[in-house]
Design a protein around this ligand. Structure first.
Ligand code: PXP
Length: 240
């Protein structure tokens, strides 16, 4: 039987709600602790360059107060590399960032930027950090990701989540290609109870990172229930 798929819970949007009023509530670190108690295997947080949700102090607290792997999403900038060097999270997921975007709209162009990205991947690995590259399910990007020395690719499921034709097949081929190149396969973006099953059913997938839907649905059902329900959907689709 394949190993259980890990569920990484992205708590960025707890910080979005907190920041709407400028105070301390709701605390994303308290949400992370509850997520882990409720069955999350890890916590994901994106320190954006404009600090629109997660802040530097949130990451420092996530690292010291939460006993679960921390996946720091970040742009491949010198500033973020310096923060990762000090923080030493379990993993860094390199993502493209455009300041005006609402969310991470597309994957990283690893094929077009390999000479810039490769030394950064090596630097992170040298600090003992596992490196993941967030890419579209595109054969050229996967080959380029493997060539950088990154251990993991996270496949962008946004187009699939929007219902675009052929996207599940693209994810399937991409996952198989990545696994054949020795990359660990993660996936995420836009996943919900309704659409997570077919992605979880892709055999090479080892981890799913899910945020916006879980935090939104927690308003109605509470964070423990939504995490347990998402876990159940994932486990059922993966044959557990
Ligand atoms: N993975 C990556 C690399 C992301 O940038 C995001 C969004 O921050 C997610 C997963 C989670 O996406 P969503 O919030 O739509 O579940």
């Amino acid at each position: 039987m394949r190993p259980a798929i890990r569920l990484g819970v992205n708590i960025d949007h707890v910080a979005t709600v907190r920041n709407a009023r400028g105070g301390q509530h709701p605390d994303p670190v308290a949400a992370a602790l509850l997520a882990v108690q409720s069955g999350a295997d890890g916590i994901t947080a994106h320190l954006r360059e404009d600090r629109r949700h997660i802040r530097d102090t949130d990451l420092e607290r996530l690292r010291t107060e939460v006993d679960a792997p921390l996946n720091m999403e970040m742009a491949a900038t010198q500033e973020m590399l310096g923060i990762a060097q000090n923080l030493r999270p379990h993993a860094c997921c390199l993502v493209p960032e455009r300041r005006e975007e609402l969310t991470t709209e597309g994957g990283l162009d690893v094929a077009g930027q390999s000479s810039v990205l490769t030394p950064k991947v090596h630097a992170l690995k040298g600090w003992g950090i596992r490196v993941s590259l967030f890419i579209d399910p595109d054969p050229a990007q996967i080959a380029a990701a493997a060539a950088t020395g990154a251990q993991v690719v996270e496949l962008h499921t946004g187009a699939y989540a929007q219902g675009r034709a052929g996207e599940l097949e693209r994810l399937q081929h991409a996952a198989a290609q990545a696994a054949s190149l020795g990359l660990e396969v993660h996936a995420g973006h836009g996943l919900t109870y309704e659409n997570v099953g077919p992605v979880a059913a892709l055999t090479p997938v080892r981890e799913l990172n899910i945020g916006h839907f879980l935090i939104g649905q927690a308003i109605f059902d509470g964070l423990p229930t939504v995490i347990q329900t998402m876990r159940a959907h994932i486990d059922k689709a993966a044959g557990h």
